[in-house]
Design a protein. Structure first.
Length: 295
């Protein structure tokens, strides 16, 4: 990264508390920040940066986290969900607000456009960086974001080239994502998505067959599987895993159950499976996650 690249972002917020000191790493053309925060009921914030950035919501629990491109409360907000990505161009203000106490863990990637332009030369296309894109899903981008988040919080990072490669791959894939999003793909109607997700949430502790979900909305299993992923960015079984992990978070905070008991109560094979899935999705082991929040 060029030494002169220091993102200048103006932030105003009320009722938002940063948990811990966060993690920050700089690679060639990209500054990465990993944060955990809690917003009290009615919390709000305004952000504007002189550099374009990607905001990746890795995890959320509690109330609703809303984003909007105007401060007027009459403007229709959009509710941010975990594993959704938002792109905010340079100089574009962004407002957020919280309906009730909400925990979020998110990744911010600030881009030094001149540095990246020099590196990519003829492959650089500025058009995708001119308009905001709020709350979209892209599985490939999320794969890179999770790897970058894991590397960002490592006390002893791998070689500098590893981070450079990850951030460059994410940047290039973001350029390609505009083409992927432009392709027509099957999608579920709002009522279909609501019926399916409500069913998964109510039955997440048991095995759910793909055929069951497809039958709920009158689709073939194959078509439904593609439509669900096109709509949410993840396959149905991953949505069910997320529901189980949310149940597990509640038990870890609200009870003194052992990890083995929590694993059994939330439908995981055993404690090892539970720990592996929890760390993969939340960036920490269940024991560390519980200890940090209770302390």
């Amino acid at each position: 990264m060029t030494a002169s690249f220091v993102p200048n972002m103006t932030t105003r917020h009320e009722g938002i508390s940063v948990l811990g000191e966060g993690h920050r790493r700089s690679w060639d053309g990209v500054l990465v920040e990993l944060w955990e925060a809690e917003g009290a009921e009615g919390a709000r914030a305004e952000y504007v940066s002189e550099h374009p950035r990607l905001f990746v919501l890795l995890d959320q629990s509690g109330g609703e986290f809303e984003m909007l491109l105007a401060p007027d409360r009459r403007t229709m907000p959009r509710r941010h969900a975990p594993r959704q990505i938002s792109f905010i161009p340079a100089g574009v203000p962004l407002w957020s607000r919280v309906s009730r106490t909400t925990y979020v863990r998110h990744l911010d990637l600030h881009f030094d456009m001149e540095a990246l332009r020099r590196r990519l030369v003829e492959h650089f296309d500025p058009q995708p960086f001119e308009a905001p894109r709020l709350m979209f899903t892209d599985e490939r981008l999320m794969t890179f974001a999770n790897l970058i988040a894991a590397e960002c919080q490592e006390p002893q990072a791998f070689h500098q080239l590893y981070g450079d490669s990850l951030t460059t791959a994410l940047f290039i894939d973001f350029l390609r994502s505009t083409q992927r999003l432009g392709r027509k793909r099957p999608a579920l109607a709002p009522w279909q998505l609501r019926r399916v997700t409500d069913y998964i949430e109510a039955n997440c502790l048991k095995g759910i067959r793909l055929e069951e979900l497809a039958e709920l909305v009158g689709l073939s299993p194959s078509y439904f599987s593609h439509a669900f992923k096109a709509t949410t960015g993840i396959p149905p079984h991953q949505w069910q895993t997320d529901m189980r992990l949310k149940r597990a978070q509640g038990l870890l905070l609200g009870t003194d159950m052992s990890l083995t008991e929590v694993a059994a109560a939330t439908g995981f094979y055993d404690q090892a499976h539970f720990t592996r899935m929890f760390r993969q999705h939340l960036g920490a082991t269940p024991a560390a996650w519980r200890r940090d929040r209770r302390s």
